[in-house]
Design a protein. Structure first.
Length: 254
């Protein structure tokens, strides 16, 4: 009994192995068929075409199926000629066309209007051969302005030129004297001097000479007859050692 069971088990195992073998064989066949399906389909179509084609057409089909070899033609380009560099030609200076230059417009410089001047008589002092002090008349070109009398006095205070000094012409008005103001009332010129006008180192003759220089210079103006001297805005009676200046002084006072 036990021997029969063993044989049955062996037969059962043998049948199972056969089934597995054929199942694996079928799977392999199906896999091969699926992998080579395009080739099989192509061969089947070719077989079908051969069966239905006319005699002699088989060769044409084979010729169509065989793809002609592709030939690649390489076009050889002829060698390029060597480039020849032409020398750069420079045009001589004489052959170059003349460049047209635009005339440059220069800025207009405004010329200042000439200053108008007028000749004025100025009186200095001259010592004669006998030692006597005299007046000396010179002329100056003085710019025209609204205060011609004060301009003439400023020229007088500036003193004589070097050439005039060489000819013995002197200015005996004390140094550093300034004209503070000058005005005309009626025929009298009221001239206000700085305090330096009070001090003359040449004594009485020096005081007389400084007054005369101013009176003769100012009375050159036609509308002036005499001069009233003021010092720092004040009227003094005497100048120096008893020289009267408390009233207007004219040329006839000397």
């Amino acid at each position: 009994m036990a021997k029969r069971k063993t044989n049955t088990k062996a037969q059962s195992k043998g049948s199972q192995a056969v089934v597995i073998f054929w199942l694996a064989f079928v799977i392999i066949i199906i896999s091969i068929f699926m992998i080579n399906a395009p080739v099989i389909q192509k061969n089947f179509d070719l077989f079908k075409t051969r069966l239905t084609a006319a005699p002699g057409a088989e060769e044409e089909i084979l010729e169509i199926e065989e793809e002609p070899p592709v030939t690649v033609t390489v076009e050889q380009r002829p060698p390029e000629p060597p480039q020849v560099t032409e020398p750069v030609r420079t045009t001589p200076q004489a052959e170059r066309p003349a460049e047209t230059t635009r005339p440059q417009t220069q800025p207009q410089v405004q010329t200042p209007a000439p200053v108008q001047t007028r000749e004025r008589a100025i009186y200095f002092t001259n010592v004669g051969n006998d030692g006597q002090i005299l007046h000396s008349r010179v002329t100056r070109r003085v710019p025209v302005s609204d205060s011609p009398m004060q301009d003439a006095l400023n020229v007088l205070l500036a003193g004589p030129s070097a050439d005039e000094v060489g000819r013995g012409i002197l200015n005996l008005i004390p140094q550093n004297t300034r004209v503070l103001s000058a005005a005309i009332r009626g025929s009298t010129a009221y001239i206000n001097f700085s305090e330096d006008f009070l001090y003359n180192t040449f004594g009485v003759e020096g005081y007389v000479a400084q007054l005369r220089q101013i009176v003769w210079t100012v009375t050159e103006f036609q509308n002036v007859r005499d001069v009233q001297f003021l010092i720092e805005g004040r009227r003094f009676d005497y100048l120096g050692e008893g020289i009267w200046i408390g009233s207007p002084i004219s040329r006839q006072s000397f």
